[in-house]
Write a protein that binds this ligand. Structure first.
Ligand code: URA
Length: 238
């Protein structure tokens, strides 16, 4: 791939700006300045430097964020900060999108990608990728409420029944539950439907991928194995 195209694809800016970066001698490959924008470079395992910082060529990016409270999952956040403000400019230029949405007050595992197919596969209603939430409730959780969550509840303006699996009580006010769809405010509405209220909500798992060890607001690239896990596949399913 042409060097100027490589830089553009990795989010460094317009083709013209990337040409300038290269001609200025700001781009190094194998520790050698590469000042020809039209040079053809093999992108396989490619590592390069721009302004002294090292980058790995990635056809697509797959990211996991430990979402903090008070951040919206939209580019044009209106009432809170945007989760995209937690990422460097080059990832924003690549057009990363949230894989599904979390409410501004929900914390935990949020995936982001610039791969439209991956995003579609994980958010398509027919795929039913399971998601595990840790819920803190306003009122003590009763066994009737657990039963009702497992049997399924109706949600206003939504078709069908919404049931949780693997409902586990951690304490009087804390439970873990798995949902298999992703309609608007689903967990909050399910808890309301059984006569309780969500005080705090944290997503712990998507597919088979658990939230890695990240501080709130920190993110990392998904490894190939973590990407498979998020798609609810195991390594041997590859
Ligand atoms: N369910 C909710 O109610 N809110 C979220 O952010 C995610 C799931």
């Amino acid at each position: 791939m042409l060097l100027e195209k490589i830089l553009q694809s990795q989010g460094f800016g317009s083709r013209k700006y990337c040409q300038q970066l290269i001609k200025n001698g700001s781009v190094l490959i194998d520790h050698q300045v590469c000042d020809n924008p039209k040079q053809n470079i093999n992108t396989d395992q490619l590592v390069f430097q721009v302004f002294g910082e090292e980058y790995q060529y990635r056809e697509h990016v797959y990211l996991v964020l430990n979402k903090p409270q008070g951040y919206e999952c939209s580019h044009q956040a209106t009432h809170h900060k945007s989760v995209f403000s937690l990422f460097p400019e080059i990832l924003i230029h690549r057009g990363i999108q949230c894989v599904g949405r979390l409410d501004q007050d929900t914390t935990g595992l949020l995936l982001l990608t610039d791969d439209g197919q991956f995003l579609q596969a994980l958010t398509h209603p027919r795929k039913h990728v399971p998601k595990v939430y840790h819920v803190t409730t306003a009122d003590p959780v009763s066994s009737e409420q657990i039963q009702a969550l497992q049997q399924g509840v109706e949600l206003r303006n939504e078709k069908g029944i919404y049931a949780a699996t693997d409902v586990k009580l951690f304490s009087e006010y804390q439970l873990s539950m798995t949902i298999h769809q992703g309609v608007y405010h689903q967990v909050k509405r399910m808890l309301a439907a059984v006569g309780n209220r969500v005080e705090a909500l944290h997503r712990h798992q998507v597919g088979r991928l658990e939230l890695p060890d990240l501080q709130a607001g920190q993110w990392c690239y998904l490894s190939a194995e973590q990407k498979l896990l998020s798609q609810n596949m195991a390594i041997e399913d590859k």
